[in-house]
Structure formats: C-alpha cells, structure tokens
Design a protein around this ligand. Structure first.
Ligand code: URA
Length: 259
C-alpha cells in the first residue's frame, strides 16, 4: 500500500477510536471468513481450574464515580478525581481530559455534550466552530467566558470530559458514569442558571430528549433553574433555527435581569 494511503488509514482508525496496536502483522478478516467451515479449527475450551481462587467482587463503576465525586471538596479536587477515574473507556481513546472553561462562579453555567476534535486537541470545551458560534450567541446578551465578573461571565463544561470516537453520541453507560461528576460539578460551581446545550445534557440532567420541544422551556433540576437550548452545532446545520435560539437567549437575559 502506498505510504500516503497507509497514513490516511491509520489516521482514520485513530479517528474511529482505535487506541492500541494488537500485532505487528495485519489480520485479513476477509481471508479468515473465506475458509470453509469444515476446515476451521474447532474452538478449544480449557477445562476450569479445580479450585479457582474466589474472584474479587466486580467494582460498580457508578458507585465509584459517586464516591469520588462526593469526596471532592472543590472544583480542582473534582477535576483531579474525574481525571483519575478509570472505568470510562473513552479516556483511553482521548488525547485530553476536558473539564471546563470560563469563570467558576459565573451566574450562568453551560453544559454541552462532549469534546470534539478541536476540544480534544486543545483541552478546553467549545473551541471549534460550534464553540465560536456559542461565544457569539452569548456575547449578544452580554456574556463571555473571558469576563472577570460573575454577572457577565460564563462557565462551560460538557457531560463527557473525553471525546467519543468519531464524535459519536455518548452511550447511556458512559453518561451514567459521568453523571455523579457532572452533578457535583454543578453543585460546586453553584451557578444561578444552568443552560443545557442539546439533547445529551437534557438527557443527563432532565432524563429527557427532544430538544426542539424542550428548548426555551424553563424547568428546574438539581435545585436550580435550567434552560434547554439548541446546540450551536445544530444551528450551524439548521441556520433557520437561529430565530428560536435568539428567543431563548433573550429569555435567559430577562431571567438574569430579574424581569
Ligand atoms: N460540542 C459540545 O457539545 N461540546 C464541546 O465542547 C464542543 C462541541
């Protein structure tokens, strides 16, 4: 194979989440399946050892996440505990642990889905095209992640701190493991208002999907007012929906102003 194709194939495999090389030689699965059934080696199963030592009880990943999150007294401790959590397989395929950006203590906390390619490279949430749109959207109502004052600032995180391969949606089991960390994250950041960007955070925080129906409807979760909104990546694909996003931003502004 031409070296350029080889490099492209390798890049594609990494993009799809391959994180380990399991042999020096490639395995031709097509050739394998072409072998007639009659000549395939029967599967040999080892006899069980006579007195196998009792296996240690399997760890409960969600219970471990709950304990680790609950033990974190502040945001740096929470970031360290989440970064050290080993049960989420996404960790092994990601370059970066992406915790948060902006001002901890801001009145508004934004929760997105998961890092994409740009966020994985940079180690900060919402820095790619969708993130640039997010910054412009909030700037239009006087909020910025770079602001120093809580009243004008944003604090931004994601449900998942590790990039899912190929930007697929996080799976239910992966989200369940991260939920205790997210809940503690919100409690420690203590925003006045939480904005949920798209279906994944709506599922995580509210247990509901259907963001085009949920968006713009104030609700409450984890003891705080919550506003579901359309994800900026969706708005890039469906620019006609920016009208709805603008209405939601104005509702957020009014809420912050106490109207
Ligand atoms: N989309 C998200 O939901 N989060 C990011 O950090 C980037 C893109």
């Amino acid at each position: 194979m031409h070296p350029r194709y080889r490099a492209a194939l390798l890049a594609w495999l990494a993009e799809m989440g391959a994180d380990e090389c399991i042999g020096d030689a490639g395995v031709d699965r097509f050739a394998e399946s072409a072998v007639p059934a009659a000549v395939r080696q029967p599967l040999r199963v080892a006899a069980p050892a006579a007195a196998a030592p009792a296996a240690a009880p399997a760890a409960d990943p969600v219970a471990e996440a709950q304990a680790a999150a609950a033990a974190a007294a502040d945001l740096p401790a929470l970031a360290a505990a989440q970064a050290a959590y080993e049960h989420c397989a996404l960790k092994r395929g990601a370059r970066s642990f992406v915790f948060a950006d902006g001002l901890a203590g801001a009145r508004v906390m934004v929760i997105g889905e998961a890092p994409g390619r740009d966020e994985d490279l940079e180690g900060r949430p919402f820095v790619g095209r969708a993130g640039q749109l997010l910054d412009r959207m909030f700037a239009a109502i006087g909020l910025a992640r770079t602001a120093a004052e809580p009243a004008q600032a944003l604090y931004i995180t994601n449900v998942m701190p590790w990039r899912p391969p190929g930007n697929r949606e996080p799976e239910a089991a992966e989200m369940a493991m991260m939920l205790p960390f997210l809940r503690r994250h919100v409690a420690l950041a203590a925003p006045d208002v939480v904005v949920l960007m798209g279906n994944t955070p709506a599922q995580a925080v509210l247990g509901q999907r259907g963001i085009t129906r949920l968006r713009g409807q104030w609700t409450e979760a984890w003891g705080r007012p919550v506003l579901p909104m359309l994800h900026p990546a969706y708005l890039l694909r469906q620019p006609a929906m920016k009208r709805e996003a603008w209405a939601d931003l104005l509702a957020l502004r009014a809420r912050l102003d106490g109207d």
